[in-house]
Design a protein around this ligand. Sequence first.
Ligand code: SFD
Ligand code: AMP
Length: 627
Amino acid sequence: MANFETVEVSTDLLILGGGFSGCGAATEAAYWAKKNNLKVTLVDKAALDRSGAVAMGLSAINQYVGIGDGDNTAEEYVQYVRQDLMGISREDLVYNIARHVDGTVHLFEKWGLKIWKDENGKYVHEGRWQLMINGESYKILIAEAAKNAIADAGGEIFERVFIVDPLMDGNKCVGAVGFSTRENKFYVFKAKAVIVGLGGAVHVFRPRSVGEGFGRSWYPPFNSGSSAYFTLQAGAEMTCQEVRFIPVRFKDAYGPVGAWFLLFKSRAISAQGGEYMVVRKEELNNWAPYGLAKPIPANLRNYLGMLDVDAGLGPLYMETHEAIQKIADEYKDDPKAFKKKMKELESEAWEDFLDMTISQAILWASMNVYPEQKHSEIAACEPYFIGSHSGASGAWVSGPEDLDTPYKWGYANMTTADGLFAVGDASGASSHKFSSGSHTEGRIAAKAAVKYIVEKGAEPKVDMAKVEELKAKILTPFELVEKNQNEFTDVEVNTHYIMPRQFLHRLQKIMDEYAGGVTSAFKTSKSLLERGLELMAMLKDDSDKQGARDLHELMRVWENNQRMWIAESHIRTMLFREETRWPGYYFRADTPKMDEQNWHCFANCRWNPASGEWEMMKRDVWNIPGV
Ligand code: SFD
Ligand code: AMP
């Protein structure tokens, strides 16, 4: 593209993504960079104020340990995550975040976040680890702090620049390339260290919402697997790529259930009235020891509900009215207090969604739902890739320097590619960090990355011939349309190219039918996965035939390619792990049981950039001694 200007930006530390982990990284990096006279640059495809998973806000902080108050210990958090992930977690990483997360939450409060307090001035908990917040503006507050910190340290922020590929000097990451989503500009960022916090992946699988509802999802549709693509292209080792997350949500608008289960203490039932967590309790014995721990792992909670659906007992319902009545009943002897409590509970029920999933409140309103009068349908969503919530996919990163962990090759949160750090949804096997833990992990990695720059940071050696090659590759979709669009009457139907929407549907169909999506009831097998890989190879062949008419479509093309790569790593890792460990997330019908002897381990993978081959490997699980 002759009219595409190349813009070169040189920096010391490059932060990719300005979501929760990226903002955490920016805030911390700015502090250390100022001390060491270094430049920090942050890039996001959107505008920081409302970008990423917290764009709409949130109604709870899901990770607060309360160490200072003596409520819990970091070790107890490690135990919780170990159980929830069926024994497979990087305990060093989980511990590192848990011991620092409270400080992050206190910063949020200092920056203006309203955390609910009780009459004694103590935080109101949703559950043991969760705090209630007025979080509609949560992202704005966190972004403001990051922007101020970067401005104070003389750094730069680029908004509306879509990051595609890493720049490599052998096994060392020396920057990234991307393009503006608003102007004809191709960006080349050169850096001494890079932190990737480009979020998780949504719309890899065919969603429940198709047709008129297409685009709706629980996790943000604008997180397209950029993190996984970036670290895979850098040749970094990945972990837990098989551990997708399937949340149970209020049906059709994806409203979260945490507040209902934990704060309101609601029950979930089948259409026949049975509470699946009680009726199917025996099933949990098959997944011991994890199934017998409290809280019961998220995937097993899902699984018991799915068994009801498979048995034809659906739909499933959240008993909202019953839960509200039960709480209000404590005031039943005082009609005035009862009325007041009912009003309060009603508004809490609506605020939960208005704070983070506005479409659920709109759906409730449009369907005449009164949560205090009638129950609401819930269902398991399509799978997402999100290492920060209850999934675990992401890059395999180095452990904290001061812990005696076997997973250590240098600096905290550095991937196996030199100088490349991963945080939030981009880093794997350390689930349950959520918004506060992701921010904390960003801070941890930023401090380590600055240390790396101070101790090892050489001037980045960037191969400009490679940059030109990447520029040509990234802009090819324009060329395909420009050259060929007049050959046919309909610009979207052409033998020389396919439109990004068509490509996306094809990817989603493969994943849905062969890799255990919604329509295959989350079940797959060796044969299905192998067939899925054959189809994936053909899809990959066609990926450079996607056309784009404008910058928005160019972004769609590259989002698709990124999704395709995380999809392939997912299929390969499910194929590699010959057992079923997380029923409720996916079920390998040909190996239907958990196999502790052979598979109590991490399933890792790496795409080798030199050979173009995938490598699969097992890694041992290490438990913190005495925990
Ligand atoms: O209720 C590119 N989450 C919850 N966390 C909580 O603490 N409490 C809750 O209440 C939570 N719930 C919840 C949550 C998320 C959502 C969507 C809902 C409800 C409806 C989870 C957290 O939000 C999540 O853990 C963190 O946000 C993860 O942080 P991070 O940094 O890994 O991801 P991000 O915030 O989405 O940011 C990613 C950024 O990258 C940008 N980006 N930029 C440039 N180029 C590209 N190619 C890019 N691709 C992506 C994005 O724009 C974004 O800024 S509840 O359900 O449990
Ligand atoms: P969710 O709204 O499902 O994303 O959940 C928010 C938080 O509550 C997360 O930390 C979940 O792990 C937790 N959670 C949700 N439902 C339950 C449950 N039934 N039991 C225990 N924890 C839960």
